[in-house]
Design a protein around this ligand. Sequence first.
Ligand SMILES: CC(C)(COP(=O)(O)OP(=O)(O)OC[C@H]1O[C@@H](n2cnc3c(N)ncnc32)[C@H](O)[C@@H]1OP(=O)(O)O)[C@@H](O)C(=O)NCCC(=O)NCCS
Length: 187
Amino acid sequence: MPYLYGERIRLRAAEKEDIPVFVRWINDPDVTENLLFVAPWSRFEEESWFENMMKRPAVEHILVIEIHDDKLHSNYLPIGTCSFINIDWRNRLAEIGIMIGEKAYWDKGYGSETMRLMLDHGFSSLNFNRIWLQVYSKNKRGIKAYEKAGFRYEGMFRQGQYQHGQYYDVHLMSILKDEWLALKTIN
Ligand SMILES: CC(C)(COP(=O)(O)OP(=O)(O)OC[C@H]1O[C@@H](n2cnc3c(N)ncnc32)[C@H](O)[C@@H]1OP(=O)(O)O)[C@@H](O)C(=O)NCCC(=O)NCCS
């Protein structure tokens, strides 16, 4: 798959050389606060996960979110990852996941821009009809970013997550191809 370009970001395939950065991100408690990770994650575990991930179909491979930065020699700085998972080709639906691991780049619109780029890729190239996600109810930043990209709340797994000694609801959000096309017409 060629790089996907947005206004301020690009998405590229992940490489083995990205693993040390991934390990740093997923061992940062602020980053993992709203992710599934519940234990420290070693480089060895990440390498095993990476190898297994690469055995899955290419459209499910993890993509690296990069921003353009004139100060850098390479001009691009990796700030996070995203991917489609659990693709169901018969029903043309996919779940999506995202992590911006560089905290300094939160709240700058990169998460919602990444989602918009992935929606464009998912609906116009991969011909999905429905893209959905799970987000913890306490992840207000995530919920807002997904709403900005066009996702709608559709329900929840009540008390679906146990963390810090208590249960939290897990929200389900989704967007259909028709809704995405309508948004494109407006914008
Ligand atoms: C969640 C995440 C993908 C969002 O990406 P982002 O680039 O930070 O999000 P955006 O800047 O596009 O949008 C965030 C919005 O939430 C708002 N926001 C931030 N904290 C908020 C809070 N506590 N309550 C309400 N809104 C909040 C921001 O102001 C912004 O809205 P605005 O553009 O109208 O000002 C990213 O922060 C991240 O990866 N975090 C760590 C891992 C994670 O939570 N992954 C998602 C798991 S479902």
